[in-house]
Design a protein around this ligand. Structure first.
Ligand code: GLA
Length: 387
């Protein structure tokens, strides 16, 4: 996306003046799904697609004038309005402004126009890209850049929790803020320690196949999954008052088995997936260190199976794409992100890439009447000011 594109709209739409331009990316995740809010590990990277916003203080006390370029939609609202705007995209601007104020940033009225090239509803975190882009801008314009990167991550997450109804973890906002070109990041969501992992798989590449099935986490069963995990932790804690169990990260397989009957099969299966996924992320790290991409792929397929059968966040179309990958001999494939639609992420040998993509398009089209969209993964940088 070009700066000039956003700038020309900003100038035309408001009073002809320019502001500062900020960009934040969406993300992929190699492995470690639904582990972030369970204190586990994730393995995301930022992508080369995201949100770009031009922003400028407008001299008012608390009037925000916002223009969503792609939607051609304009919403004005006051920061002091306790309810905030209704339009879902404008709630991200309102929410992050409130959260940045809580962090001590004296946010006043501003104009903003933004656009994006990260596919919406594809499980690539377009919403986290918005939150971190706007946070980066507010921090720069009103906060002398005093808010730390981690605080911006948490402000983005709090925006989802408090204004958008999704009780998400920290993976997406983390990846969007901390991303680095060419690197995946392994994050321990409990201690928040992380390391950059240069990712240049020799002879392989990552490609996303987007089922174009709508992925909508707000008001979705996403929050139910989180509740199931917390319920299991509560039961384990009650059985072991001597211990401290904050998330499933603190629980063992034996402890999970002890509460199986009381929590019921559904919650049990969900927690079982999470414990397995925690180990798989570490397995992928070891395999990457050894250059063993076949092992990485094997673990990706296991994750898909768990997300589909135990965590139940897949859908027919994504299971279909996963089966096609398997049939084609693709090294690894799984549903990516929160689930309920969106993409599969595929680790595929270079020599198989063309044939796989062509086969997946053809078979999916025969079955569902349209082709999946194809995104080659390019791992890009995190939130930044462009000019
Ligand atoms: C969504 C959430 C993340 C994470 C993933 C699943 O993207 O925003 O916090 O829980 O789902 O791994």
């Amino acid at each position: 996306m070009e700066i000039d594109f956003v700038r020309s709209r900003f100038i035309k739409h408001f009073d002809g003046k320019t502001g500062n331009v900020y960009a934040s990316p969406g993300r992929i995740n190699l492995i470690g799904e639904h582990t972030d809010y369970n204190g586990g590990y994730v393995f995301p990277g930022a992508v080369d697609k995201g949100i770009m916003a031009e922003m400028r203080a407008n001299g008012t006390e608390d009037t925000v004038m916002a223009y969503a370029i792609d939607l051609k939609d304009r919403v004005d609202f006051k920061l002091s309005d306790p309810d905030g705007p209704k339009a879902s995209w404008a709630r991200y601007i309102y929410g992050i402004s409130k959260e940045m104020q809580k962090l001590g940033v004296p946010v006043k009225g501003f104009n903003i126009a933004f656009a994006g090239d990260v596919p919406l509803g594809a499980g690539m975190s377009s919403s986290a890209a918005m939150e971190s882009c706007f946070a980066c801008g507010l921090n720069d314009i009103f906060g002398e850049n005093k808010v730390s990167q981690w605080d911006m991550v948490l402000a983005g997450q709090a925006t989802e929790h408090n204004y958008c109804g999704v009780k998400c973890g920290i993976m997406d906002q983390f990846a969007s803020v901390f991303g680095k070109a060419g690197c995946l990041m392994r994050l321990d969501c409990r201690s928040r320690e992380f390391e950059y992992f240069p990712f240049k798989p020799d002879g392989y590449r990552l490609v996303l196949l987007d089922s174009v099935v709508k992925h909508q986490l707000a008001g979705s069963p996403y929050n139910d999954r989180r509740n199931s995990c917390e319920n299991v932790v509560k039961h384990i804690q009650a059985k072991h008052p001597e211990g401290k169990f904050e998330t499933l990260r603190d629980c063992t397989w034996e402890q999970l088995d002890e509460v199986r009957a009381e929590v019921g099969e559904e919650d049990y299966k969900r927690a079982k997936f999470v414990l397995g996924e925690k180990d798989r992320v570490l397995g992928v790290c070891d395999a990457l260190n050894e250059g063993d991409y076949e092992k990485v792929g094997e673990l990706m397929y296991k994750t898909h199976e768990g997300l589909s059968k135990d965590y139940e966040v897949s859908c027919e179309e994504l299971d279909f794409l996963n089966d096609v990958a398997k049939e084609c001999g693709v090294t690894g494939s799984r549903i990516m992100g929160g689930g309920f639609g969106g993409c599969t992420i595929n680790l595929v040998r270079n020599d198989l890439y063309k044939q796989f993509v062509a086969t997946a398009k053809q078979k999916f089209n025969e079955k569902y009447g349209h082709e999946p969209k194809v995104y080659d993964v390019v791992i890009g940088d995190g939130s930044r000011r462009l000019c």
